[in-house]
Ligand binder design. Structure first.
Ligand SMILES: Nc1ncnc2c1ncn2[C@@H]1O[C@H](COP(=O)(O)OP(=O)(O)O)[C@@H](O)[C@H]1O
Ligand SMILES: [Mg+2]
Length: 331
């Protein structure tokens, strides 16, 4: 996120910069030894399952080149699925297959792939093409989440995810990330997805960001993204809070998706979540972070922490997001 490009008034809104995020929150509250738990999606998934946290079903894992032959067996009857690198980030290397046409598999953007191309993709994942440090990787094959129809008008052929920032076990900010034509079924802002700020207290959308610029209309569907109520909001905050307890990271980004039948599922966790959530909400993170840092006592009970987060957020002078959405640019 470019600081220079930010509207001046955001700087008055307790904006957290990248250096302060790293020094005061990530380095101080996240123990390095815990990073491998979240930097490997397979570890995170297994940990979550052990704690009873709902995640997309794992169909299989491919760890060595010779195993790419087994992909048909792993897929079995599944005609839609997702393949992703265990060490990936930013949506890189994620293949969302939405169905089959004859012998071909269809990607979220409509493109058709042969089984050989899928094997080739897996082979690239294994050789580390998409892994954080370029080291050999594993390919995860999992259930494709089907989005809730409530998001149909604000999502282009993909599953939106909800990023919740959790500090000391208390949610401090949230945004939904909406796939666009450009992002090819993925909800990562770096792939061209749109960020939609969500008011923690109400679960209602209150602003948006596209390519680092404020925006209140989905670029492909042209629908307004303002004033949308996220279903099961309290369950989502509850799940994000449980995720933080599971990995014991003090400062964390939990990515949650809403499946139309299964409800909220944890997709992945991030030890170094980005700062665009501030632009999406037109509100800085610092006020909430500092309020929580000052607390001598944080309740153990998950519901009490969710209530605390909602109470803090509703006390903020900019609660509910931008005062005048009409003044927001809509490229
Ligand atoms: N199982 C899935 N079903 C549907 N879409 C998925 C699935 N897994 C990932 N995606 C899409 O890809 C995006 C990025 O996935 P994620 O697991 O968070 O990896 P990354 O670390 O690369 O961000 C998600 O926000 C979602 O839009
Ligand atoms: Mg992600």
């Amino acid at each position: 996120m470019s600081f220079i490009a930010l509207p001046k008034r955001l700087r008055d809104f307790g904006l957290l910069g990248i250096n302060q995020r790293n020094a005061d929150f990530i380095m101080r509250h996240n123990q390095r030894k815990l990073y491998p738990l979240v930097d490997n999606k397979l570890h995170t998934k297994r940990l979550a399952l052990a704690q009873g946290i709902a995640v997309p079903e794992l169909y299989g894992v491919i760890e060595a080149q010779y195993q790419t032959k087994t992909i048909s067996e792993i897929l079995g009857k599944h005609r839609d699925f997702v393949i992703k690198p265990a060490h990936g980030s930013g949506g890189n290397g994620i293949l969302v297959i939405t169905g089959c046409m004859g012998d071909y598999f269809q990607k979220a953007n409509g493109e058709l792939l042969s089984l050989d191309s899928i094997r080739h993709h897996i082979s690239n994942i294994l050789s580390g093409t998409y892994s954080l440090s370029g080291v050999a990787d594993q390919a995860i094959i999992e259930y494709r989440v089907k989005f809730d129809p409530v998001f149909e008008d604000i999502s282009y052929r993909g599953v939106p995810d909800i990023r919740v920032i959790v500090f000391r076990g208390v949610p401090v900010a949230a945004m939904m990330r909406l796939p666009t034509r450009l992002s090819d079924g993925k909800a990562n802002l770096h792939q061209g997805a749109m960020g939609m700020g969500i008011d923690l207290a109400t679960g209602i959308s209150c602003g948006g960001v596209l390519r680092n610029q404020p925006c209140t209309v989905h670029p492909d569907t042209r629908e307004s993204i303002m004033g949308i109520t996220i279903p099961h909001w309290n369950n989502i905050l509850h799940l994000a809070t449980q995720c933080a307890d599971t990995v014991q990271l003090g400062y964390l980004g939990a990515d949650i998706v809403m499946d139309r039948e299964l409800g909220p599922l944890m997709l992945e966790l991030n030890a170094r979540p980005g700062l665009s959530v501030q632009l999406a909400n037109q509100r800085g993170l610092l006020d909430n972070l500092q309020a929580i840092e000052a607390l001598k006592f944080i309740p153990e009970d998950v519901n009490a922490r969710v209530a605390l987060s909602q109470q803090l957020s509703s006390q903020h002078p900019n609660a509910g997001g931008v005062e005048n959405p009409a003044s927001v640019e809509t490229p």
